[in-house]
Design a protein around this ligand. Structure first.
Ligand code: SF4
Length: 209
């Protein structure tokens, strides 16, 4: 099959995780992974980001399908349930808010914590990563945000190994949000033509729907 430029976006995702080991300020670039899918859903009414441009999803596909690191078992039913997906999204957003509060505290004068929190629990020392001339609050946000990205990468890899390659997509908070947004946006159209949100994408594939 002919390859397109966007088939290589997984390299960007990999680079992102590597660069964060050396200079934590690169973590700010992760905001692109947050905002682009939302903008595509809001203005395009589709999950094109998930099905085409998501480097995270591409890495999981490569590792699970090409490198055969996945058991390729269907994800458990609860993972696909609405309550779990929205519950996880809520939890994720609360933790994100906590991270923003930590940034605010540093802005208000609290000392910078040069640690990255993995799985919302384990504080990994990250003092070696360059902070440069950035304001302490900007560095604090970078440490916190890198923890969010690393945590989702670890969860994605774990569910890739245990279930289907893109099982993370079933409960990925970005996927849940974009699904919700494009569902709302297309509601009128669904009522009119019975058309589903354009391209429910990898989550549906991962769940075997
Ligand atoms: S659900 Fe999440 S990880 Fe999967 S393709 Fe969409 S944004 Fe990427």
């Amino acid at each position: 099959m002919r390859k397109h430029w966007y088939d290589y976006l997984w390299i960007g995702e990999l680079l992102y995780l590597i660069l964060g080991l050396f200079n934590i300020l690169f973590a700010w670039l992760g905001m692109l992974f947050f905002t682009i899918p939302l903008l595509v859903a809001v203005f395009g009414g589709s999950k094109a980001y998930c099905s085409r441009y998501c480097g995270r999803g591409q890495i999981l596909s490569l590792l699970g399908t090409k490198w055969k690191l996945s058991r390729n078992a269907p994800p458990p039913r609860f993972l696909r349930s609405r309550w779990f997906r929205y519950g996880f999204l809520t939890f994720f957003l609360i933790m994100f808010g906590r991270m923003l509060y930590g940034t605010y505290r540093v802005f208000a004068g609290a000392p910078l914590s040069q640690t990255v929190t993995l799985l919302w629990t384990f504080r990994l020392p990250w003092q070696w990563a360059e902070v440069g001339m950035a304001s302490p609050w900007a560095a604090q946000f970078a440490f916190g945000f890198f923890g969010v990205m690393l945590t989702s990468a670890v969860l994605g890899l774990a569910t890739m190994v245990l279930f289907r390659p893109r099982s993370w997509c079933v409960y990925c908070p970005m996927g849940t949000m974009t699904q919700g947004i494009c569902g709302l946006r297309n509601q009128k159209e669904i009522r009119k033509n019975g058309r589903e949100c354009e391209n429910s994408g990898p989550a549906a594939q991962a769940s075997g729907q």
